[in-house]
Design a protein around this ligand. Structure first.
Ligand code: ACM
Ligand code: ZN
Length: 629
C-alpha cells in the first residue's frame, strides 16, 4: 500500500550528505519530518508565510476553525503573526472525499503561491498541520519573535497515512506526581509527533491520583506519602514521625480539562486503574479490602514486594463493590472506549493464606491463585463491559484464561501478544526491549540511575508485527515511561525524547522506509527544535559506548563504539582527560599494566560531542563478567 518515492528519497539522502543546496531551495529543515511520511516529493519553488498570509477553511465547520486556531497558536509566538481565517486563503485546510486517506491521513501540496492541506477527516488535517510545522524553519519553535527568520517552506507534495491506529505513550503519575500543566505539556508534545493515545497510569503502590467522589479516602489518604529522594527500592521506609507531604491527585474538574485539551489534539486518554496488584495506595485508604486488614502506608520507594500486601482481596465482595464505584466514575470522566485495568505483577502470596480468598476458590472451583486472578480480572472486565467500555490489561491477564474481548498489552516481550492474537484477541505491543522509556539510554555511569538498557537505536529497530501473527490483530504499540527514577517533569522529557521520536516512526511510517542514518539526521533537526522550545532531551547518542569482554585467556579487552556515525573516539588509560590529541580508537583495546581508569570522549571534528565516560578497570572487569543478554 505504501509506496516510498524512491527518487525523492535518494535525492533527499543526497541532500543529507551535501547538507544544504540553497540554489534549489532545499535546506535541512525541508526534510526534518518525524515520523517520516509515506511519500514526499520536493518540487522547485518556495512558499512563504508572511503577515499577509491567510487561512482558508469552510468557516461553517467549527472543528476546522479550531484547527486553524491551533495552527495560529503554534506559529504566533515565533512569527508574531495571527493569520486571518476566512473562506479562502493562501493556506487552505480542506476536507474531501479522500476515503483512501482514512481517519488520520492527509495530502499536502505546497506550491509557490499556496499551501493546500487535504484530508478525509479533521484528524488528518491535524496530522498534516504537524508536518507543515516541521517543514517550517526550526525557529518556529521559539517562544520569542524571530524577526530575522524567513518563514519559507520548500515546495513539496506529501501523501501520508499511518501504519498503526494505536500510537501511544504511557506516563506513570503514581511513582512521581506530575501536575495538570505538565500532563498537558506531555500531551501537546506527543501530538506533535502524531501520537494519538495517552495511556495514563493513574494508580499504583506509590499513590492513587484520581479523585473518586464516592471513595474520598483514595485521594485524601492514598495520594500522599513521606517525601523521599535517593535510589528507588533503597529508600528508608516511612516513619510514624514523617509528614505526608509528597503527592497530589487530579480532581474530576482537572480530568475534564485535560480530556478536553487532549481531544483538541486528537489524543485519546486511556486511564489505567492498576488492579488487583500494585494497589498499596488503595489499601492504605481502605484496608478492609485487603486480605490481612493492614494497616498500610503509601509506599515511598522502599522494598516491600512479597513482604507487605499490595493486592486487593479477591474473596471479599466489598472489593468488587468499590471497584464498581471506581469504574462508574472513570467511565463518566473519560470518553475513551477503552479502560486499562493493569493486571500486572500481582503477588498472590497473601491470597494463598486468606480465608476469604480460599473460600472464593472453593466456591468458584478455582484450582490455584492464577485462576483466582483470572476470576478477578474477568469479573472486573465484565463489570466494565456492562458500562460500555472495552478492557485492556497487561499480558498477565492471559494467565488462567483471558476475559472475553479483552485487549492484551504485551510488555514481557512479545510472547503474550502472540498468544493473545492466536486466541483472536487484539494486541498492543510494548515489549520492554524496544518500548520501555525508563531504561538507560546511554552508559549507566553518566545516566540517572535506573535499570536495563534501551538505546535510541533499540527503539528505532523495532518491527511491531511478529512473524506468524495475524497483522490485523496488532492495533499498534506504545512507549512506556515508568517514573520510579523520574522525580520531575524535566526528567520526563529527558527520558522520552528522542526515544519517542523513534517509536513514533515505528508506529506511523512504513517499515520499508527505515534508515538509521537518515533518521539520525532528522533527529538532529528535532534537537534544534527542542533547544529553541526549551524541551529537555537526552543527547546520549553522542556518548561513547564501552563494551568490555574477557578473551580466551581471561584478559580484559575493550571495544569502543558510537551509536551514530561521524564521531571519533579518543581515550586515555593514564587518568588524564582525553581530547583530540589523545589516542584515537581504531581497534580493540588491551589494558596497560597497572592502569586503573579508562576515560573516553567522542568528538565531532574538533568539538566534544557527548559526555566524557570515566570508568575504573575494576568496573570494566565486572561488566565483562556480567551475563550477556
Ligand atoms: C509493567 O511493566 N509492570 C507492565
Ligand atoms: Zn483475600
Amino acid at each position: 500500500m505504501k509506496v516510498i518515492n524512491l527518487f525523492a528519497l535518494l535525492f533527499l539522502l543526497g541532500c543529507v550528505v551535501s547538507c544544504s543546496q540553497p540554489e534549489s531551495g532545499i535546506t535541512n529543515e525541508s526534510i526534518a519530518i518525524i515520523p517520516l511520511p509515506d511519500s514526499y516529493e520536493l518540487k522547485p519553488g518556495t512558499f512563504y508565510i508572511t503577515g499577509q498570509s491567510s487561512i482558508g477553511i469552510d468557516t461553517s465547520d467549527a472543528e476546522m476553525a479550531a484547527l486553524a486556531n491551533y495552527f495560529n497558536e503554534k506559529i504566533s509566538d515565533a512569527t508574531g503573526f495571527s493569520l486571518p481565517v476566512g473562506n479562502s486563503g493562501t493556506i487552505v485546510f480542506q476536507l474531501g472525499d479522500y476515503k483512501e486517506l482514512g481517519e488520520e491521513g492527509y495530502r499536502l501540496s505546497v506550491l509557490a503561491d499556496k499551501l493546500v492541506l487535504n484530508a478525509y477527516k479533521h484528524h488528518g488535517i491535524f496530522n498534516g498541520i504537524q508536518s507543515v510545522l516541521q517543514l517550517l524553519p526550526a525557529e518556529i519553535k521559539s517562544k520569542e519573535i524571530q524577526a530575522h527568520t524567513t518563514w519559507s517552506i520548500n515546495c513539496v507534495e506529501i501523501t501520508d497515512t499511518p501504519q498503526f491506529a494505536w500510537r501511544g505513550l504511557m506516563l506513570d503519575v503514581s511513582r512521581h506526581f506530575f501536575t495538570k500543566q505538565e500532563v498537558k505539556r506531555f500531551i501537546d508534545q506527543m501530538a506533535e509527533y502524531k501520537y494519538n493515545v495517552f495511556h495514563w497510569h493513574l494508580t499504583d503502590d506509590q499513590g492513587w491520583r484520581l479523585e473518586v467522589k464516592s471513595l474520598p479516602r483514595l485521594t485524601s489518604v492514598g495520594a500522599w506519602r513521606a517525601a523521599r529522594v535517593g535510589n528507588w527500592w533503597e529508600r528508608e521506609p516511612q516513619l510514624p514521625t514523617d509528614s505526608l507531604s509528597y503527592g497530589g491527585y487530579y480532581t474530576a474538574e482537572d480530568i475534564r480539562e485535560i480530556v478536553e485539551y487532549a481531544q483538541q489534539r486528537y489524543v485519546t486518554i486511556v486511564p489505567e486503574i492498576d488492579i488487583p496488584g500494585h494497589s498499596m495506595a488503595a489499601l492504605s485508604a481502605y484496608p478492609e479490602i485487603s486480605c490481612t486488614g493492614g494497616p498500610f502506608q503509601v509506599n515511598v520507594g522502599n522494598t516491600f514486594y512479597t513482604k507487605t500486601e499490595n493486592s486487593l482481596c479477591a474473596g471479599n465482595e466489598r472489593t468488587f463493590e468499590m471497584l464498581d464505584s471506581v469504574f462508574t466514575e472513570v467511565t463518566r470522566l473519560f470518553p475513551s472506549p477503552y479502560i486499562h485495568i493493569g493486571g500486572d505483577e500481582c503477588y498472590k502470596g497473601f491470597w494463598e493464606k486468606c480465608p476469604k480468598c480460599k473460600m472464593r476458590m472453593q466456591k468458584e472451583h478455582l484450582k490455584n491463585t492464577e485462576e483466582l486472578q483470572s476470576y478477578f480480572v474477568k469479573r472486573v472486565a465484565d463489570m466494565i463491559r456492562k458500562k460500555g467500555k472495552q478492557v485492556i490489561g497487561w499480558d498477565e491477564i492471559l494467565e488462567g484464561g483471558l476475559a472475553p474481548e479483552a485487549i492484551v498489552m504485551s510488555w514481557r516481550g512479545v510472547k503474550g501478544g502472540i498468544e493473545a492474537a492466536k486466541q483472536g484477541h487484539s494486541v498492543i505491543m510494548t515489549p520492554t526491549d524496544h518500548c520501555y522509556l525508563d531504561f538507560y539510554q546511554g552508559d549507566p555511569i553518566v545516566e540517572p540511575n535506573t535499570y536495563s538498557m534501551l538505546r535510541l537505536q533499540g527503539c528505532y529497530k523495532y518491527q511491531l508485527v511478529p512473524d506468524s501473527v495475524d497483522a490485523s490483530l496488532i492495533m499498534g504499540g506504545q512507549g512506556n515511561l515508568w517514573t520510579e527514577s523520574v522525580p520531575h517533569y524535566r526528567q520526563v522529557e529527558y527520558m522520552v525524547w528522542p526515544r519517542a521520536l523513534a517509536i513514533s516512526e515505528t508506529l506511523w511510517s512504513d517499515a520499508q522506509s527505515r534508515n538509521w542514518k537518515f533518521f539520525v539526521h532528522r533527529v538532529e533537526q528535532q534537537f534544534r527544535r527542542f533547544d529553541l522550545s526549551g524541551v529537555n532531551y537526552a543527547r546520549s547518542i553522542y556518548d561513547p559506548i564501552i563494551l568490555p569482554h574477557l578473551d580466551k585467556e581471561n584478559r580484559l579487552k575493550i571495544e569502543l563504539q558510537t551509536e551514530v556515525e561521524g564521531l571519533n573516539l579518543f581515550y586515555t588509560f593514564d587518568n588524564t582527560i582525553p581530547d583530540v590529541y589523545s589516542n584515537t580508537y581504531t581497534d580493540t583495546l588491551t589494558v596497560p599494566k597497572n592502569a586503573s581508569m579508562l576515560r573516553v570522549a567522542a568528538y565531532k571534528g574538533q568539538k566534544q560531542a557527548g559526555r566524557l565516560i570515566d570508568i575504573t578497570i575494576e568496573d570494566l572487569k565486572k561488566r565483562a563478567m556480567e551475563p550477556k543478554k
